[in-house]
Design a binder for this molecule. Structure first.
Ligand SMILES: Cc1cc2ncn([C@H]3O[C@H](COP(=O)(O)O)[C@@H](O)[C@H]3O)c2cc1C
Ligand SMILES: O=C(O)c1cccnc1
Length: 346
């Protein structure tokens, strides 16, 4: 079903990239992790003069049948209400995208609501929310395929419009539960250690969430050896669309920005299928959601920001963007010791 072609970039340029960075007017390594980012971007683009064009965040929205089990602090209708808020410019991701001049696209991947035709809402609705994974498989194979295809097409369209750096956000009440389940299945970490408070459930709510997710995990345990079957059983349409989008972004040699707990769980799935995706991914932030640090560790990811965010929507991507821009600016625009006539270390 999945037929992506994701290849590790050719590393023969690495020496030239390192040389360019090391002869900038600074002590060796003094720009720290900005230097690593710069190297990664140069390798993706196979150049020593990288550029960021038409930076874009796609936010996928979808509802979860499991939300009816009371695993979130908020009711399901918040998903469609937040979609309207994204479109009106009032959500955190809307504000940060405007501030950093990022193109923001909102996609209805499967919200349990009928939107009137709205000019800025991209309609890719697979269904009115997934099934309840406590008792059923969240989606059918056809729905999974449809969502992955839609994510692929959206990224191809962005690529054609000149985008070479793309971040992914999500909105879906209940989706930290789906992400925790996926994390447990893909990392082997006990489900208990993969569960956090999401939108802010209290002690009692957390105990209930743990109980429900343990039951969901047990219900689908027979599929843990088949990661895609497990993904289909617990994930949301917004996560499936993001999976197709991430894989296509890597195939199209774009820079792929990974957000928080939910987006990283989708990355985990993508990485399991195509490990070479790692060469295209930048981990924007480490979320405050319990489990995210271990999740990142499991794929040896080192995130840029540690701001204790716990929001999703792609906000970590938007906030990290100016630092990514800085990593591109210094390699292009800083003087070298030679061009600035600055003496090197004796
Ligand atoms: C107002 C509001 C805005 C949000 N924006 C993102 N999320 C985040 O919270 C949800 C996941 O948490 P849980 O699994 O606990 O439901 C997702 O929609 C995620 O994007 C929000 C949540 C709320 C309440
Ligand atoms: O890290 C995230 O993406 C996150 C954490 C809590 C709630 N929503 C999203």
């Amino acid at each position: 079903m999945l037929d992506f072609h994701i290849h590790q970039p050719d590393s023969s340029l690495l020496e030239a990239i390192k040389h360019k960075i090391d002869f900038k007017t600074k002590p060796l390594g003094a720009l720290g992790r900005l230097e690593d980012l710069s190297k990664k971007i140069c390798l993706i683009q196979q150049t020593t003069t990288p550029e960021l064009t038409h930076p874009t965040i796609l936010v996928f929205a979808g509802d979860h049948g499991l939300a009816r089990e009371g695993v979130s602090a908020f009711p399901q209708e918040v998903t469609h209400q937040m979609v309207m808020n994204f479109l009106a410019g009032g959500a955190a991701i809307s504000v940060f995208c405007k501030l950093h001049q990022l193109n923001l696209q909102i996609i209805d991947a499967g919200v349990n609501y009928t939107f009137e035709t709205l000019p800025n809402l991209i309609n890719k609705k697979v269904g009115y929310g997934t099934k309840n994974s406590l008792t059923e498989e969240a989606m059918t194979p056809q729905e999974l395929e449809q969502a992955i295809q839609a994510g692929t097409q959206l990224v191809l369209q962005q690529r054609e419009s000149g985008c070479n750096i793309i971040g992914f956000g999500e909105m879906g009440i209940g989706n930290t539960s789906a992400a925790s389940l996926l994390m447990a299945a893909l990392t082997g970490i006990s489900i208990n250690d993969c569960i956090g408070r999401g939108t802010g459930v209290d002690e009692k709510g957390l105990a209930h969430k743990v109980k429900i997710l343990q039951a969901v995990y047990d219900h689908h345990q027979d599929k843990t050896s088949d990661p895609m079957a497990f993904f289909r059983s617990v994930a949301g349409y917004e996560m499936a669309m993001m999976l197709g989008a991430m894989l296509q972004a890597a195939e199209s040699k774009m820079i792929l920005l990974v957000d928080g707990f939910i987006a990283s769980s989708v990355y985990l799935m993508a990485h399991r299928l195509y490990p070479a995706i790692e060469a295209y991914a930048i981990f924007c932030h480490q979320s405050n959601e319990q489990g995210h640090s271990k999740m990142l560790e499991s794929v040896s990811a080192n995130s840029i920001l540690h701001l204790d965010l716990r929001l999703g929507e792609g906000t970590g991507c938007a906030l990290a963007y100016p630092l990514i821009q800085s990593s591109v600016a210094f390699i292009n625009d800083m003087a070298s010791f030679e061009s600035a006539a600055v003496s090197q270390k004796s």
